[in-house]
Design a protein around this ligand. Structure first.
Ligand code: DP6
Length: 311
């Protein structure tokens, strides 16, 4: 048996849409930061029959089953017991599936001695959920559909902080997988999204290499708002925000206008992640925590990639 931990990641340049065909390959490149503090811990044991338990509940999960079936086409795997728990809500736009699949593949690789390097674990994690490929790595991580996932800058080379403003603990109504299929099929903006994302990715990678916070802030907020414009233009429209989401975005913009180095990003859910320089994190957390609709704030740094831990 083996136990692995992994953290969620938040994309600064978003992906939304897959390449046609197999393998769950994103259509466009993305750039993320892996988050510390929020953690999924997954144990894999060889067992008499297959079972999956998430946060203490026995579950069936089509994506986990699909990933294990795909692995079985390449490796002779026995039946297994998978036990996973996380210290944050599942399915609420906090990338629980990303940390979940990164930890699962890492534990499975060790339990069954598959000998997979991190780049190959990322390919398998991507089969479960595309953004999970990024959680295999730490710090600033690029996921290029043609090249795979890799760290572009280590977390200690530019130790940003993230204040997560939780505005709802409810699971999202439309999953990312379903939402992006709908956007591809119905949004008149999908072509523009596909064409413009590579430029955002190049700009953001350059900003990260130069540690240029203002340039990264501009590109990341643009990518986030463009993603949500795409979602809104889908039929039926995908509206993941609530009133507190918008209040938090405005508060972040007001802080930045007043000179605080902070920008927001939001995924397929109502939580606002405020990315800032470490010196600003306490102010940002206090300000967002004061907003009426914000249930709580979490302050996290940048995290390491998926790794084995002692059972
Ligand atoms: C908005 O990776 O969760 O967070 O591969 O279908 O599981 P599936 O989708 P997923 O989509 C993530 C979408 C996003 C943007 C991003 O993380 O790049």
């Amino acid at each position: 048996m083996a136990v692995a931990v992994a953290h969620p990641n938040v994309a600064l340049v978003k992906y939304w849409g897959k390449r046609p065909g197999h393998g769950n390959v994103p259509a466009t490149p993305s750039l993320s930061i892996t988050l510390d503090g929020l953690t999924t811990r997954t144990r894999v044991d060889a067992a008499a029959e297959n079972s999956l338990e998430i946060n203490g509940e026995r579950r069936r999960d089509a994506k986990v089953a699909g990933l294990v079936a795909a692995l079985r086409e390449e490796f002779a795997l026995p039946a297994m017991r998978v036990t996973s728990c996380g210290n944050f809500p599942v399915g609420a736009g906090l990338a629980s599936s990303a940390s979940g699949f990164a930890a699962l593949v890492t534990a499975l690789d060790e339990t069954f001695s598959l000998g997979l390097p991190a780049s190959a674990r990322a390919v398998w994690a991507r089969r479960g959920s595309a953004s999970a490929a990024r959680s295999v790595f730490g710090g600033f991580v690029a996921l290029d559909p043609d090249v795979g996932a890799a760290t572009v800058l280590d977390r200690d080379e530019w130790p940003l902080e993230v204040v997560v403003a939780v505005t709802s603990d409810a699971a999202k109504a439309v999953s990312s997988t379903e939402g992006m299929t709908r956007s591809r099929d119905t949004s008149p903006f999908y072509g523009a999204w596909m064409h413009s994302t590579a430029t955002d990715f190049d700009d953001a990678c350059r900003a990260v290499h130069r540690r240029d916070f203002d340039a990264l802030a501009a590109t990341a907020e643009h990518s986030c708002l463009k993603l949500h414009a795409l979602m809104l233009s889908t039929r039926p429209g995908l509206l993941y925000w609530n009133a507190a989401t918008i209040d938090a975005m405005r508060a972040v913009r007001a802080m930045r206008d007043a000179g605080t180095p902070v920008f927001f990003t939001i995924d397929a859910g109502p939580q606002v992640k405020a990315v800032c320089l470490p010196a600003a994190a306490a102010t940002v957390a206090d300000r967002l925590g004061e907003l009426a609709g914000v249930k709580r704030v979490m302050r996290v740094g940048l995290g390491a990639g998926a790794r084995l831990v002692e059972g």
